[in-house]
Ligand binder design. Sequence first.
Ligand SMILES: [Zn+2]
Length: 496
Amino acid sequence: METLSRGLVALSLLGIGVIVMALVLPDPGGLGPPPPPDAAVASVTAAVTQPLVLVALLLAAVLVLSSTGAAPSRPMSAAVSARLPPVPLTATTPERVTLTREAIAATAKDSSSGEQLLDLLIEGAARCGASDVHVQPTATGGEVAFRVDGQLEPMLALSHLSLRTLVNRLKVVAKLVHYKSDAPQDGQFSTALGDGPVDVRLSLLPTQHGEKAVLRLTGLGRQLPTLDALGLSTVEHAQLLRLLEKPQGLLFFTGPTGSGKTTTIYGALQHLRAVRGGNAQVATIEDPIELALPGAAQTQVNRGTGLDFASGLRAVLRQDPNIIVVGEIRDAETAAIAVQAGLTGHLILTTVHADSAAGVFNRLLEMGVEPAILASVSLASISQRLVRRLCPHCRAPHQPTPDEARRLTSAGLATQAFFRPTGCARCGGAGFIGRVAVFEVLEMTMPLREALRGAPSTQALMALARKDGTVPLLEAAVARAAEGVTSLDEAFRVAG
Ligand SMILES: [Zn+2]
């Protein structure tokens, strides 16, 4: 109805423009006597102004039409206006979380509409750099928590009414079935913040107290990662740069969900674009696209239309890129196409699900890749984990406990001084600020290539890789702990 009326307004504006032009346009034939000077001025003025009138009317019509055209693709939720007081730019993440929690509690009311609540939470999540928003129903109503740096931070308690209002609003904006609350539902929507669009993937799941909603936020004012910001050690950094100089081959990344693989890959792409400039023709096939990468052709896997990694990769190859990101290799078909592409002048960055860097090769052999081909096309396999970064303002010296000393010794590592978290105002009492990645980089060498041709066990391959310089994940993590970047606890937690 609204679209129709806007269309009519636009059409009538166009019509008026045409009529005005017909009425006042000077006689184009110029057959009559020359007009008197003042009339000449008038007709010149008319000649100048009529097109202006027409242009103005056309512009108005276009504006009206384009606003109707934009409506369906834009979310129902309007742009989020600044409702929360600003957070100082110098605030650390824990300080942001505390300030945002206070601000949300002061702003959210039981009488807030679903739209207001949702906008408030998304704006708050943006301020904290949260990756997810959890809305958990409880016996007394609901609780909202943000996932920030991998940790869930409680943000707001909701009444039964507010919870229902919020969930209903989510169903509207994500176009889910409104009356259904006894089955899982997935959807997505976009909304706008001051610094750009936010894409939200919504998942609803029935629980004993009502529907639990999890919002995964992407493109949320997040800075594109750079290799420098990943927390690579100097040696790893140099190693990765060397690997990225290769014109062709496969670079594998592995690690559990949430271990920062995508961040590393985006960082690598940023580096490639910086050093290769216009020669970096980057194409990606991802699920999901987590960040917009300027200058890259990014394609989203879409099972609904049969666009999977294999068909997507095949299509991407026809577009002649030289750097390709394959979100994940998990089937024989994708593996075969990726290997072929790696042999024919493409640098491929991809993830493979495996327990360790060395384990990636056995996964690919299981997918039917020929050992000899895998040996020649592989550049390196990188396993990574995220550890919490110790707050530099309050970390304190730590001597390993007898148990820790025993674990270090059994891993062949020296028992030395480390650091532990204590907690201060700068880190919100947590003792940690943000996270850094630790890496196990298995770079292909001639002896490793030779060995891989014989399809060795993962253990045998890793033993050989250690001789050739690969630092095991635990050793790398303990080294970062010895530097004071993280705690020994964290090193054991992710790699022990
Ligand atoms: Zn601190």
